[in-house]
Write a protein that binds this ligand. Structure first.
Ligand SMILES: *Cc1c(COP(=O)(O)O)cnc(C)c1O
Length: 360
């Protein structure tokens, strides 16, 4: 028998979540963000499931080439751009669009001789302070791009939000003010909204929205769940019980013996652990669905296994179904319990976990 741990990806949920994006931002085109192997869901699978997105965004040329090699024809944007002449040539050859965020990238374009002009997204740093040109040089940079033979006629303009995961944070409006002010003299399509801004800042929608996490059915907000926005989890992580034991009151469970049975009780062992991407920092009490009912995790998470408190399901037996996150158990809740965010848990499911497609 093969290992029971597996992730199931719902194409229907992915499509439904894209519909939610369209409903939230009806006037905008959708640049679906599928970097980091589509937040762990499988980049080619997600590109196919979201074939009616207007374009895709990835972090690097390697990710884009995986898509092109799989026959994905849609426009693809490299969110970090390119860093060497060879990459620039390859990108243009494969019709990839480039973010330009630094003087080095600008010079690379200015010194290049390309078979065809590159499609450019000029990135302005309006307060995130990670990538992008400062607003006071935006117009000068835009002029240089305009004058550059290697750059196609239409130059698009973008920025990225630092705090849109908090719906009442005024930083997002401030960033939008700076974006608009910096670009008053630069015509061109504009893009600012990640998932948080798609859902909470209509003012940020502009020509292109750039949703990531919401496509996968997780909430971008710290204070609101995905269900509030009708998003459906695209990934569910499953396994099975492989053992059930009875222990006496006071007996320690797992590494370090940090958790002790408060009474005589049954303990279940499920085949999932940090070697699969389940967070090692998930503390005792983290909910796990056993036979569709919540039971608490107990003891420390091991590499291949976790232990479950079976006091509410004393009849549970090896082979019973376990779900770690998915429909009815938001990955955001598991992430919060483990001190991280849904983004990280989704990205971190490891290669040994087989992924299955679900189409209904
Ligand atoms: C990752 C990313 C996004 C998507 O962010 P979400 O919070 O997942 O919606 C959008 N834009 C840029 C530039 C990104 O790097």
């Amino acid at each position: 028998m093969s290992r029971a741990a597996r992730a199931v990806i719902s194409h229907r949920a992915l499509q439904h979540n894209l519909d939610c994006v369209r409903r939230a931002a009806p006037g905008s085109r959708v640049l679906a963000v599928i970097k980091a192997n589509a937040y762990g869901h499988g980049i080619v699978r997600v590109a196919r499931a979201l074939a009616n997105a207007d374009a895709f965004a990835v972090a690097s040329i390697d990710e884009a080439m995986v898509l092109r090699e799989a026959g994905v024809k849609q426009p693809i944007v490299l969110l970090e751009g390119v860093f060497e002449m060879q990459e620039l040539q390859l990108a243009v050859e494969h019709g990839l669009q480039l973010v330009v965020h630094s003087e080095e990238q600008l010079r690379l374009l200015e010194s290049s001789q390309l078979p065809q002009a590159a499609d450019i997204w000029l990135k302005i740093d309006t307060g995130m302070h990670r990538l992008g040109f400062s607003p006071d040089v935006a117009y000068a940079v835009w002029r240089r791009l305009k004058a550059c033979d290697a750059v196609a006629e239409t130059i698009r303009l973008m920025t990225h939000f630092a705090n849109s995961d908090q719906r009442d944070d005024p930083t997002t409006d401030l960033q939008l003010d700076r974006f608009e002010a910096a670009l008053t003299h630069c015509p061109g399509e504009r893009s600012a909204a990640n998932s948080g801004a798609v859902l909470a800042w209509p003012r940020a929608h502009m020509d292109w929205v750039r949703p990531g996490i919401m496509l996968y059915g997780a909430s971008p907000f710290c204070d609101a769940g995905a269900a509030e926005f009708d998003l459906r989890p695209a990934m569910s992580l499953h396994s099975r019980l492989i053992a059930v034991q009875r222990y006496r009151r006071g007996e320690p469970i797992g590494y370090g013996g940090t958790w002790r049975c408060p009474e005589d009780m049954s303990v279940g062992v499920a085949a999932i652990g940090y070697g699969d991407g389940y967070p090692r920092h998930a503390p005792p009490g983290t909910p796990v669905l056993l036979n569709n009912k919540s039971v608490p995790l107990i003891g420390r998470v091991s590499m291949d296994m976790i232990c479950l408190d079976l006091r509410t399901q004393p009849g549970a037996a090896p082979g019973d179904a376990v779900m770690l996150w998915g429909d009815g158990l938001p990955v955001e809740d598991i992430a919060a319990s483990a001190g991280t965010i849904a983004y990280e848990l989704l990205c971190r499911v490891t290669a040994r976990v087989p992924m299955e497609d679900k189409f209904d």
